[in-house]
Design a protein around this ligand. Structure first.
Ligand SMILES: NC(=O)c1ccc[n+]([C@@H]2O[C@H](COP(=O)([O-])OP(=O)(O)OC[C@H]3O[C@@H](n4cnc5c(N)ncnc54)[C@H](O)[C@@H]3O)[C@@H](O)[C@H]2O)c1
Ligand SMILES: O=C(O)C[C@H](O)C(=O)O
Length: 334
């Protein structure tokens, strides 16, 4: 068993928390030979619930779980972490857009960015799940600057990526393993652009196999864009099992690298690729090198006018969110 990795999950007493901790603890994310020190953070009012989660993890008898701590203190939570799953935040309710959560949630990510700077390792890798995820990641990175590099911050669009894979497999009667290289561009919001231009199904161009352009430019895109809202309408709670699975896929691939010839969608600080403003946390297709654990934005993809319009819309929304978040953070009270 390798020396333990210290892994933080915030909001661990919540819905996603309950689904995510078992996958981190049982070796699904970091492998069956990698010990994990799990640190579970939530607000003080949830201390008793957290204790129950700790007891359940102990009762799972997991060989990879080196230790598990329940904490409500930010310094204790962030000290020395290798990976941070930043889940803890308010979820949206029916009728809301994710950006409606900005005012409530941005203060959490400002404080946690500062905590990462003060207490975490400079090599810490961060996934932001709490919504609006891209902009929260932008703010956390800003407040950790100088200590943890911006490229160690990411936001989760893997759920959207997985939703896109699922919709293509359903449409074509294939299995998930047959569908590769879909791309989610932009924001984890209803302006995201799920793009199949470079996707394949059984090694054939997805557009040829689907053979229904109206679907690919219509129902496919809107189903993926609005899936979160539909889940809330049906469950009266936002997605949790699928969100936890996607966060684990995201960190698994960051830790182990992507497969040869394949890319995944991950929201990362833009380096100016494809004309996206520098620093905006934008979902791109990325490959990850297993040895260095560094992501690289896939280069050289081309866009038709339809794609250009979609990418412009999601970029504009992210710029507006960024500006609103910066204004909120300048308010001395948060
Ligand atoms: N990016 C995505 O694809 C995606 C998918 C699903 C959900 N989400 C988002 O994830 C977040 C969590 O969703 P959930 O369903 O688990 O919500 P939840 O309400 O069930 O749990 C959230 C938990 O976070 C805790 N929390 C609040 N403030 C905290 C803080 N400052 N520090 C630590 N913990 C804190 C709460 O006490 C609660 O236990 C929401 O913002 C939701 O919108 C994102
Ligand atoms: O839609 C939400 O608010 C939750 C989450 O972001 C999702 O995509 O399911």
């Amino acid at each position: 068993m390798s020396a333990p990795l210290r892994v933080l999950v915030t909001g661990a007493a919540g819905q996603i928390g309950y689904s995510i901790v078992i996958r981190i603890a049982d070796g699904t994310v970091f492998g069956k030979d990698q010990a994990v020190q799990l640190v579970l953070l939530d607000v003080p009012q949830c201390a008793t619930v957290l204790e129950g989660v700790v007891f359940e993890l102990q009762d799972c008898a997991l060989p990879t779980l080196h230790s598990v701590e329940a904490v409500t203190d930010v310094q204790q939570a962030f000290t020395g972490v290798d990976y941070a799953f930043l889940v803890g935040a308010m979820p949206r309710r029916e009728g809301m857009e994710r950006k409606d959560l900005l005012a409530a949630n941005v203060r959490i990510f400002k404080a946690q960015g500062k905590a990462l700077a003060d207490f975490a390792k400079p090599t810490t890798k961060v996934i932001v799940v709490g919504n609006p995820a891209n902009t929260n990641a932008f703010i956390a990175a800003k407040y950790a600057a100088g200590k943890v590099p911006a490229r160690n911050f990411s936001a989760m669009t893997r759920l959207d990526h997985n939703r896109a894979l699922g919709q293509l497999a359903l449409k074509t009667g294939t299995t998930i393993g047959d569908v590769k290289n879909v791309i989610i561009w932009g924001n984890h919001s209803s302006t995201q652009f799920p793009d199949v231009t470079h996707a394949t199904i059984k090694n054939q161009p997805a557009a040829t196999v689907v053979n229904d352009n109206a679907f690919l430019q219509g129902a496919f895109i809107s189903t993926v864009q609005k899936r979160g809202a539909v889940i809330i309408e049906k469950r009266k709670l936002s997605s949790a099992m699928s969100a936890a699975k996607a966060a684990c896929d995201h960190i698994h691939d960051w830790h182990f690298g992507t497969k040869a010839g394949e890319f995944v969608s991950m929201a990362v600080p833009s380096d100016g690729s494809y004309g996206i403003p520098q620093g905006l946390v934008f979902s791109f297709p990325v490959t990850i090198d297993a040895a260095t654990k560094e992501w690289k934005i896939v280069q050289g993809l081309t866009f038709d006018d339809f794609a250009k319009g979609k990418i412009a819309a999601t970029t504009k929304e992210l710029e507006e969110e960024r500006d609103d978040a910066l204004k909120a953070c300048d308010d001395a009270s948060i």
